[in-house]
Write a protein that binds this ligand. Sequence first.
Ligand SMILES: *[C@@H]1O[C@H](CO)[C@@H](O)[C@H](O)[C@H]1NC(C)=O
Ligand SMILES: *[C@@H]1O[C@H](CO)[C@@H](O)[C@H](O)[C@H]1NC(C)=O
Ligand SMILES: *[C@@H]1O[C@H](CO)[C@@H](O)[C@H](O)[C@H]1NC(C)=O
Ligand SMILES: *[C@@H]1O[C@H](CO)[C@@H](O)[C@H](O)[C@H]1NC(C)=O
Ligand SMILES: *[C@@H]1O[C@H](CO)[C@@H](O)[C@H](O)[C@H]1NC(C)=O
Length: 455
Amino acid sequence: MLSNLQPACFFVILVLCTHLNVVIEAEKCLKEEFHEVSVQSDFCKLEIAELECLLSSDEITVAYESNVFEAVTTWVKYDAENRKKYFLQLFKHVRLQLVSLDYISDKVRTETLVRESPECRDLVEDAFHVYVNPQRFKLQTVRKGEMKSDAKVGFLLCFGGCYLCMYNISEQIWTTWTLPSNFNLTFTTAVSLGTCTYFCGGMDNNQPTNRVLISNGSIFKPIAPMKIARINASAASVCGNILVFGGELSTLHTFSTGHKDASFHKITDDFEIYEPDKKQWKVGGNLLSGPRTEAATVVVKERVYLLGGYNSIQEQVYPSIPRRIKRACKLVDVYEHSTNSWTSARQMNHMRASFGAAALDNRIYCVGGYQDSNTQVATSEFFEVTAGQWTNFTWETPWSGPSSACKCGGKVYALGSADQSLYSLNSDEEDWDIHSIEQNLPNCQKVIPISWRSI
Ligand SMILES: *[C@@H]1O[C@H](CO)[C@@H](O)[C@H](O)[C@H]1NC(C)=O
Ligand SMILES: *[C@@H]1O[C@H](CO)[C@@H](O)[C@H](O)[C@H]1NC(C)=O
Ligand SMILES: *[C@@H]1O[C@H](CO)[C@@H](O)[C@H](O)[C@H]1NC(C)=O
Ligand SMILES: *[C@@H]1O[C@H](CO)[C@@H](O)[C@H](O)[C@H]1NC(C)=O
Ligand SMILES: *[C@@H]1O[C@H](CO)[C@@H](O)[C@H](O)[C@H]1NC(C)=O
């Protein structure tokens, strides 16, 4: 890790470590969260050159770029009279493209040090424009630990029920463990942001739950619950926020025959947003095309694609017991978080729910799933984002039905939950490579990339 570092920065980190009196070894210090280091009082004793060198580095470990902004203001305010003149010089190193728009509006734009400098105000204005017109700006690189890009992430997590299984991709090692006994991840959706993973909703004691658990690999703890209990919702992380779309709620279902059943649920048509800075959920609004559950989400260029899912329920009385059949759709709706607006994209070729979707190189791959709650799908297709075209795979998946997929380290991985296996896409060979021959993945329904640093 240290070999990637410029010699000058290596020196600065050594100096910083000595300042902080924490450790003698620079490597240990680097592994510390930059944020943790930056809130210690000795941090303010750094020289301007030392600080600037750190701020310009991709190697400092931060979960949120907003931590870098806080470090800069703290350092300047420690001796405002003498340090104010350096603010612009340091502020230029804050990668505003990686900071959420809400944070920029609430914290950056209103900061006196920013308001007093026309150049700083211009940088803030640019940051807003990036969200509207990203192609006109050079993209800022993501620092270690930030989850904007997952190029450095080499771990996958497969989970379901009370079971989690982690896959170290480079060494092809599986590690399994059991959740703390009071937690259960049945029909839970999960997404990683920075070095944490958020597990949202699901079924608990046969009831839908609004519980949200956060984990960094060593602890699991509940955080603020969602506003609504959701089963099989779809989650995405974008601009430093967690978005949770649709899902099913608990309600007493009355069939047209008069038969009532409490185990039937209602598909929701709304979404909510978690802002880690504020530690709370807020109402997002309605979905563009009505109710949706077991849909898939992928993020491409800060836009969330909400794909497929069940959007209607029909009753069947067969042979005499009423039961309900969910129907999947082909819809693709695109949510732009910065403007809180929706647009539609071209529909998929096949209707799919509980399927896997992952974005790689400007393509969105969709695999498997159900077309109605009785019929599995064994085909796959991909969407060319720029051309707006869907293309069917010419070969079948080696598994059928419910799937989950994600991108990690430049590859698309898919979990076939019916045959409990993990595959990676090998488009050259028009095939899927299997990764779980010696590993059982009992009850696993989802696969996501994680960045838990202690592993
Ligand atoms: C996992 O892989 C990384 C390289 O990506 C390696 O450094 C690490 O030691 C491995 N960890 C385990 C637990 O196998
Ligand atoms: C987890 O919850 C599901 C649904 O409520 C239940 O069927 C399952 O038995 C639970 N698993 C454990 C290990 O408690
Ligand atoms: C792609 O698949 C869908 C559904 O499986 C089918 O209706 C459509 O004809 C296929 N398109 C092509 C070009 O083969
Ligand atoms: C949640 O999704 C799984 C498939 O991933 C499905 O088997 C299950 O029935 C769904 N749960 C509910 C309550 O609809
Ligand atoms: C996870 O969080 C706990 C509590 O905040 C902390 O003690 C622990 O060091 C963290 N682990 C990692 C790997 O960051």
